[in-house]
Design a protein around this ligand. Structure first.
Ligand code: UD1
Length: 338
């Protein structure tokens, strides 16, 4: 299959491209290179032995998108990763976030409708559940007001897709990711960092590496077993594989117009659990301190994965230890140490 992968050289996108290529599919990557590195193409080539097709496209420019679809009219399906995704930045620059994440999605859907390309897998996030009323959280849980413009763009894109599916032949699977971590086993691709990290795991690995003196743990007075927040951390390669399952499902089930699946392991680990898991996996002690809560953090969120396991026929398989080992290998690779 020929699969258009928007944001295909980003963190989750690049891992998905590798899995697609390993199965013999042909990804066509588009990216505007704003938050990504073109060198990832070389790295994908090293892993798979083939260079993926790449087009530098600004998705917010309708004409550029239209030209892309003219060039590749025989695309079988689309996986839409491309988005700005930094929570704090989105609070400071809401208009940039709304403009970028919504315009790109609208342009994509307009082109898909015009060129009769009718299958799309959308990258959504557990952020749409906010602080859930019940745990584990399933796909029918109410959508809560977003805690940030970034989170709101995910919610609005879900609405745009839902309405578009009703009005056109386009079908959609929305995948709500919990907390993707880790990197490819080769340590050739992972989450590239430009400046300070934005998530827990790179803070842990940078502390282990000696780039930072200590990890700051945001609050230990939550209503959880050890007082730190609970999250559902999932290996990025498991997330990548779920996209292939989603595409295959859309190819087979032509009666389903829109579906939503949680992508998690179903287990809630605390921040301290993650520190311990890293220490056990690597033998390196993490220096940490407890600091006040971070604004906007939810106390606990982890997935009910029943639907994904049964309907999508997909299950997260990689262990917490594998997540930690791969994250550590990636940190060392980033520093040029093998
Ligand atoms: C974040 C985003 C969320 C997004 C998700 C995946 C926020 C508020 N939420 O989720 O919208 O969908 O990433 O991209 O940014 N922690 C520390 N010390 C640190 C860093 C993190 O204690 O230095 C804790 C946090 O308080 C949290 C947990 O680690 O309890 C995970 O944090 P993080 O990796 O930033 O992800 P989320 O906040 O869950």
């Amino acid at each position: 299959m020929k699969i258009l992968v928007t944001g295909g050289i980003g963190y989750i996108g690049s891992h998905t491209v590798v899995e697609l290529m390993n199965l013999g599919h042909i990804p066509i990557i588009i990216d505007n290179l704003v938050n990504s590195d073109i060198e990832v193409l070389d790295r994908i080539e090293k892993i798979t032995g083939k260079r993926p097709i790449f087009e530098k496209v600004e998705m917010c420019n309708f004409d550029e998108m239209h030209r892309l679809f003219e060039k590749y009219p025989d695309i079988d399906a689309v996986i839409h990763f491309a988005a700005l995704l930094l929570v704090e930045e989105s609070v400071e620059e809401p208009l940039i976030y709304y403009y970028n994440n919504l315009t790109s999605t609208i342009n994509l859907l307009q082109c898909m409708a015009e060129f009769n390309i009718n299958k799309i897998v959308f990258s959504s996030s557990c952020t749409v559940y906010g602080e859930p009323d019940n745990l584990p959280v399933d796909e029918f849980a109410p959508i809560k007001p977003a805690m940030s413009p970034y989170g709101n763009t995910k919610k609005i894109c879900e609405d745009i897709l839902t309405d578009t599916v009703k009005a056109t032949d386009i079908r959609c699977i929305m995948l709500r990711y919990f907390n993707p971590i880790g990197a490819h086993e080769t340590a050739l691709i992972g989450e590239f960092q430009d400046g300070p990290p934005h998530h827990l795991i790179p803070y842990i690995t940078e502390t282990a590496f000696g780039k930072r003196e200590k990890l700051r743990i945001f609050g230990n007075d939550y209503n959880t077993p050890d007082g730190t927040c609970l999250r559902d951390y999932i290996h990025v390669v498991d997330i990548a594989i779920a996209h292939i399952a989603a595409i295959e499902r859309m190819m087979k089930n032509t009666d389903k117009n829109i579906e939503v699946f949680n992508l998690g392991t179903g287990i809630g680990y605390s921040v301290l659990d993650m520190v311990n898991a890293f220490e056990t996996a690597t033998g390196i002690k993490i220096n940490y301190e407890i600091v006040p809560r971070r604004a906007g953090d939810v106390e606990a969120v982890y997935a009910d994965t029943h639907r994904a396991n049964t309907e999508l026929n997909w299950k997260a398989e990689r262990t917490l230890e594998e997540m930690m080992r791969s994250a550590w290998k990636w940190e060392k690779a980033l520093a040029g140490e093998k």
